[in-house]
Design a protein around this ligand. Sequence first.
Ligand SMILES: [Zn+2]
Length: 167
Amino acid sequence: MPNRDGHRFRDDGATVRPETDRLLLDVMLGKLAVYLRLCGFDTAYAGDRGIEDDERIAETAKREDRRLCTRDVGLAGQVPESVLLTEHEIGEQLVELRESGFVLDVADTPEYCGRCNGAFTAVSSDADSPEYAPDPGENDCWRCETCGQVFWNGSHYERMRETVESA
Ligand SMILES: [Zn+2]
């Protein structure tokens, strides 16, 4: 229905964006968690936390004020404002999230570690990097303050960006 200013309301809920929404992903959505972290969302993953039963997941979402994403219809029904996903494939799941109002943009400077959701800090260009990572003088690199993993803006990162952008 048009409101009194003549604009139309969307009735599918508010837009979900990193600035306003923190997320909790159910155990079957570990791969999606990596993508959402890359898109700048503070994304807790039930698999990382070792929580599987519905009651604890619902309680964690409420206590930490996180929006739950799950493929479990029953669980989605118990948790207010949760997002029910039906797809299995990552590209299709990203489409579902977009359709649910998620803003999905891969950040040029990622904030959250894809592996553990820890905070990233930039590796300075003259710092030592581990053997698996490129020279930070040649590639932008970030180190996770929690797990120590170094990520960089390389081909893997670009493939993930393409997956997000084409969804
Ligand atoms: Zn980490």
